[in-house]
Design a protein around this ligand. Structure first.
Ligand SMILES: [Zn+2]
Length: 214
């Protein structure tokens, strides 16, 4: 079971990734996690990546793909893996395909969790933070008892710039412009499953499991 998990920020991908790990007993391979591990172990690839990160630059695709290749060759990926956060662009998808072909492997399923922008914006702009104690709330999922006030300390709640609608909209636009070519790339291969990311966690899980067994 070798798969890629795609979905915009706020689509609930993390929750479904955990479900897939448990259901299929395969690891989640996230570029962020592997990079952090390579950095902490000071591997040659990790140190190379660090030279870019220290400059505030993106780690180039060629290097990311070498790091991923190393991870996919580990024993726990024998039965499959869930790629999360990579590929993000068409160029990365093509590089991944080449790398996997060199290992006699290919991606079998691409799950794209789809949620419309209005809903994503509602989910992503709902976070409020307490100025005094740093406590975190969400207007939809974990609202404070009294509007605008922290339950724990009575401090004023505020919205971080990262959580403001304008910032969120920009992130979603970037996501969509990068991901659309990726989606059609996998659609043409006949391995894309579009999963509506609305309803309960169990509803979405059911849709994913049905797609994977079809
Ligand atoms: Zn507080």
């Amino acid at each position: 079971m070798r798969m890629i998990l795609l979905g915009p920020p706020g689509c609930g991908k993390g929750t479904q990734a955990k479900m897939l790990i448990e259901t299929y007993g395969i690891p989640q391979v996230s570029t962020g996690d592997i990079l952090r591990e390579e950095l902490s172990q000071k591997t040659p690839l990790g140190l190379e990546a660090k030279t870019y990160m220290d400059k505030g630059a993106l780690v180039p695709d060629g290097l990311v793909i070498r790091i991923i290749e190393g991870r996919l060759k580990k024993a726990d990926c024998k039965g499959g893996f869930i790629l999360d956060g990579f590929p993000r662009t068409l160029a990365q998808a093509e590089a991944l395909e080449k790398t996997l072909a060199g290992m006699n492997l290919e991606i079998e399923h691409v799950l794209s969790i789809e949620v419309d922008d209005a809903e994503l914006i509602r989910r992503l702009t709902g976070r409020r933070i307490c100025r005094q104690c740093g406590g975190s709330y969400h207007l939809m999922f974990n609202p404070p008892r009294q509007e605008g006030r922290c339950d724990a300390c009575g401090g004023e709640l505020y919205q971080r710039d990262d959580d403001k609608e304008e910032t969120i909209r920009k992130r979603l636009i970037v996501y969509q412009s990068q991901t659309e070519p990726l989606i059609s790339f996998y659609q043409k291969k006949g391995i894309l499953h579009a999963i509506p990311g609305v309803g309960s966690i169990d509803d979405i899980k059911g849709k994913i499991l049905r797609a994977l067994s079809s």
